[in-house]
Design a protein around this ligand. Structure first.
Ligand SMILES: [Zn+2]
Length: 415
């Protein structure tokens, strides 16, 4: 991202369209006044525009709040180069901190100003947060799980560890002194790419999960649970987790309970789309991955009907899911599954901000921080137009999207 442009105390912006992030509001031809980094007013565009130097003409553009990616793994790149992936799994912090800095820059270039990290085996993302300043001092919110928890011998080592000496999960959480922002628990295996609908057993019992959630709450921390399949998700939901990550094949009953209990769902459908692309590329049969994706999109449509809060998360770092631009693929899938473009943007803005409990709600309304992105064309060109962001404004300071020239020229297929 280029250096911040000069910020004036008062700036007036004319925008062709404004999506406020609430899920319902779409305004046309608006005038936005910014004062001291906040949105002072939003009203109808004046056809006799003030001919003043601080007026910014974005009449051919749509503006929307900055984005939140609610599920990433900053230590790992989305590359499908297995040598690079293997290296990153075990590389020392001095190497991974440069990788993480690159990934944070990629998020910012894509208009993502907050991410929730789902863990890595060596807790590099946690250490990065503690030790390293963010790129160019641009406000970037990073929330970390440190190391996720899994049962000994089950899936999860790449992103975490099991309680020591086969101890109880709740006791391990209580004894943890790392300064994490949330707890991540792995409660199922991965989705099969060869057997459609195959469900793995839960890693923890309901009693263990309840005790773990209670231990986390005593430390003021919420719990995000990796869970696929009916039983693993039911255990996490019944135990009072904050969010279900992935949730493939969880079924309608779980979605109903999540709506009732205000538990967020992060479908990470972009991972399955990436598997489809990758398997086709390497000559493997992508049929099961395609069916998994189609099923997840049916669940997204059901979640909309049932009123489940969906937050957009990419699982960036998963094979073929790139930090930053991966969010566009997730949003395209949400739209294809039947969400309106306002609802799609809500998943990646206000819902993400609520899930992460961010100080700013990522809404473009009066009195809120003037933090938004501008993309060319009308709302009908979203979410694809997020691949070529024109401007990013954070708390009233403008950044050009010069990143596009230095970053990879992404197309939808390459995301
Ligand atoms: Zn993950």
């Amino acid at each position: 991202m280029s250096s911040p442009q000069k910020s004036t105390d008062l700036k007036t912006i004319y925008a062709g369209w404004l999506i406020d992030g609430s899920g319902g509001n779409l305004q046309e031809n608006v005038r936005l006044r910014i004062q001291k980094g906040l949105i002072a007013t939003i009203d109808a565009s004046d056809p006799n525009r003030e001919a003043r130097s601080e007026v910014l003409d974005l009449t051919g553009y749509t503006i929307l709040p900055c984005l939140v990616d609610s599920h990433v793994h900053l230590f790992m790149s989305g590359t499908s180069d297995l040598k690079v992936r293997t290296r990153q799994l075990d590389a020392p912090f001095c190497e991974i901190k440069k990788v993480i800095a690159r990934h944070i820059a990629a998020h910012l270039f894509s208009g993502v100003t907050a991410v929730r990290d789902g863990g890595d085996h060596y807790a590099h993302a946690l250490r990065y947060k503690e030790e390293c300043p963010y790129t160019d001092n641009i406000p970037f919110q990073l929330q970390v799980a440190g190391r996720a928890w899994h049962r000994p011998g089950r899936y999860g080592k790449l992103i975490g560890r099991a309680p020591a000496d086969d101890g109880l999960l709740a006791e391990a959480i209580a004894a943890e002194d790392a300064k994490v922002d949330h707890i991540k628990i792995v409660n199922s295996g991965l989705n099969s790419l060869v057997k459609f609908g195959y469900q793995t057993s839960p890693q923890f019992t309901l009693a263990e999960m309840k005790a773990a959630v209670k231990a986390a709450r005593l430390k003021g921390l919420s719990v995000m649970v990796h869970a696929n399949g009916k039983i693993p998700v039911d255990i996490a939901v019944s135990a009072g987790c904050r969010s279900i990550e992935h949730g493939f094949f969880m079924g309608k009953e779980n979605l109903k309970k999540m709506a009732e209990k205000d538990i967020f769902w992060i479908p990470t459908a972009a991972t399955m789309k990436a598997y489809c692309v990758h398997w086709e590329r390497v000559g493997e049969n992508p049929d099961v991955a395609r069916r998994n994706l189609a099923h997840q999109m049916e669940q997204i449509a059901a979640a909309k009907e049932l009123g489940v809060s969906i937050a957009a998360g990419t699982d960036a770092g998963s094979i073929g899911v790139h930090h930053g631009r991966g969010i566009v693929r997730e949003l395209i899938i949400l739209k294809q599954a039947g969400l309106s473009i306002q609802e799609v943007i809500q998943c990646a803005t206000a819902n993400g901000a609520k899930l992460l409990n961010l100080p700013a709600p990522h809404l473009l309304t009066r009195g809120m921080p003037a933090s938004f992105i501008a993309v060319k064309g009308g709302p009908d060109r979203l979410p694809e137009s997020l691949l070529s962001i024109k401007k990013i404004c954070i708390k009233g300071i403008f950044y050009d999207s010069g990143a596009r020239s230095s970053g990879p020229n992404a197309s939808v297929d390459e995301m």
